[in-house]
Design a protein around this ligand. Structure first.
Ligand SMILES: C[S@@+](CC[C@H](N)C(=O)[O-])C[C@H]1O[C@@H](n2cnc3c(N)ncnc32)[C@H](O)[C@@H]1O
Length: 373
C-alpha cells in the first residue's frame, strides 16, 4: 500500500503541475501538513459510504483535489475540508507572512488553519459547532500546531474581539453578507476575504473598510461553499433568488443555439455568470437532471412570479421555460452579448459598496451597485 507521505508528495506535485500552488512557502505548507489527520473521523464517500481511516480508499481520496464532507445533518453537508486548490488560492490572496494575525470564520476540520499556521500566521479560528471545534482542536494537537492556532466556539458573526486586531479575516463558509464586527476587528490596512452569495454561487470577495461600518468589495475568486448558520445567512430583499432545481420548473419551450464552439471554460463561464448577476437580480444557480435544461449546474434567470425562466449555458446557448419564456430568453441573450461588448470582464474587474441589510439588530453588509472598475 502507498504511504500517506508518498501520496501527499504526489498530490503536491500534481497541484504544482496544474499551477495551483503559488510560491515555495505554500508548497512546503501543503507538503508538511497531513490532511488525513484532519479527517480522521471519516468523510462522506458520495456513494452512501462513510469513508474512515480503515477503508482502503481513505488515503487515496484524502489526497485528491476535492472537498471532503465531514459532517451531515439530515443529509445536508454542514462541515467539510474545502477543495485544496481553493484553499491554496485563498491563502495566496491573503498574502501571509510570519506573524500575520488571522481570524478564520469556520474552523471545519482545522486543515486550512493548519496550512496558514505552517506559513507562520497566528491564527484564531471560530466555529459554531461544538463537535467540530473539539475535533479540529484534537487534530491540531496531533500535528503539533495547537500552539499556533486558537480554536474558539461561537457564532462567527461576532468575530473574536479578545484576540483582535487582525491583519486578515478569512471566511470559509458561504454568507449572504459580511459581519460589521469583522471590519471593526481589522487592523489598519487589513482586509477580509469572504465567499458572499451572488447569483446562486459564493464567489470570494476581497473587502476593505472605507470608514466606520463601511466597506468596499471587489471580486476575487470563483467559488462555491456550504451556507453559514445564523445571521450570516440572512435572506434580504436585494439578494438573488436561492438556487433552484430545474426539475421543479416547466419544460423548455424556447431555445437559442450556442454562440461558442468550444464552450467557455469554467473560469470564463463564471466571469460571464458573475456579470449577469451584477446586472440582473433574477440570476441564480440552477441544476437539473442529466440531459435536462440548465445542465448539471448553470446560470438561470428565474421567473419567480410565473415559474420558469431562462438558462444561459457555457456554450452561450439559451433555453427558456414558462409563460414569459420568450422575454426571459431575450433578456438572457442581451446579458450574454453585453458581457462580450464590455470586453468580457472577469470577476476581479467588479467592485461594489457594502450596505447594511438583514436583521437591524444583527445587520449584515451586502454588496450593492456592482460596477466595472
Ligand atoms: C466548509 S467548513 C470550513 C472548512 C475549514 N476551514 C477547513 O479547513 O476544514 C464550514 C464551517 O463553518 C462552520 N459554520 C457555519 N456557520 C457558522 C457561523 N455562523 N459561525 C462560525 N462557523 C460557522 C461550520 O460548522 C463548518 O465547520
Amino acid at each position: 500500500m502507498t504511504s500517506a507521505d508518498e501520496l501527499r508528495s504526489r498530490f503536491v506535485e500534481e497541484l504544482c503541475r496544474e499551477g495551483r500552488l503559488g510560491g515555495d512557502d505554500l508548497v512546503r505548507a501543503f507538503a508538511s501538513v497531513p490532511r488525513e489527520e484532519f479527517v480522521a473521523g471519516g468523510f462522506d464517500g458520495g456513494d452512501g459510504r462513510w469513508i474512515g481511516p480503515a477503508d482502503p480508499d481513505f488515503l487515496p481520496l484524502v489526497y485528491r483535489n476535492h472537498p471532503l464532507v465531514t459532517k451531515l445533518v439530515d443529509g445536508v453537508p454542514v462541515s467539510s475540508s474545502s477543495q485544496p486548490s481553493l484553499m491554496a488560492a485563498m491563502i495566496e490572496s491573503l498574502d501571509l507572512r510570519p506573524g500575520t494575525r488571522v481570524l478564520e470564520i469556520g474552523v471545519g476540520t482545522g486543515y486550512n488553519a493548519a496550512l496558514m499556521a505552517a506559513l507562520g500566521a497566528r491564527v484564531t479560528s471560530v466555529d459554531i459547532a461544538p463537535d467540530v471545534v473539539e475535533r479540529a482542536g484534537a487534530a491540531l494537537h496531533r500535528v503539533g500546531l495547537a500552539g499556533a492556532v486558537e480554536v474558539r466556539l461561537g457564532d462567527g458573526y461576532l468575530g473574536e474581539p479578545a484576540s483582535a486586531p487582525y491583519d486578515r479575516v478569512v471566511v470559509t463558509v458561504g454568507l449572504t453578507g459580511v459581519s460589521p464586527r469583522w471590519l471593526d476587528q481589522l487592523a489598519p490596512d487589513g482586509y477580509l476575504l469572504a465567499p458572499v452569495e451572488h447569483a446562486g454561487n459564493h464567489p470570494v470577495l476581497r473587502i476593505r473598510p472605507v470608514g466606520p461600518g463601511m466597506g468596499e468589495a471587489r471580486g476575487e475568486l470563483r467559488a462555491g461553499f456550504m451556507s453559514a448558520a445564523g445571521p450570516l445567512a440572512a435572506r434580504h430583499p436585494g439578494g438573488h433568488p436561492a438556487p433552484r432545481r430545474t426539475g421543479v420548473l416547466p419544460p423548455t419551450s424556447v431555445r437559442h443555439p450556442p454562440r461558442w464552439h468550444p464552450p467557455l471554460d469554467v473560469f470564463h463561464y463564471h466571469d460571464l455568470w458573475f456579470a449577469v448577476g451584477a446586472w440582473d437580480r433574477r440570476a441564480t444557480f440552477s441544476a437539473g437532471p442529466p440531459g435536462g435544461w440548465g445542465g448539471p449546474g448553470g446560470c438561470l434567470l428565474l421567473d419567480e412570479v410565473h415559474g420558469g425562466g431562462a438558462g444561459l449555458l457555457a456554450d452561450g446557448s439559451v433555453q427558456a421555460a414558462g409563460p414569459s419564456a420568450a422575454r426571459y430568453a431575450a433578456d438572457a441573450l442581451a446579458l450574454r452579448d453585453r458581457w462580450v461588448a464590455r470586453g468580457r470582464p472577469t470577476i476581479s474587474d467588479w467592485s461594489a459598496r457594502l450596505v447594511p441589510a438583514g436583521d437591524p439588530d444583527q445587520p449584515i453588509l451586502v454588496p450593492t451597485g456592482w460596477i466595472q472598475g
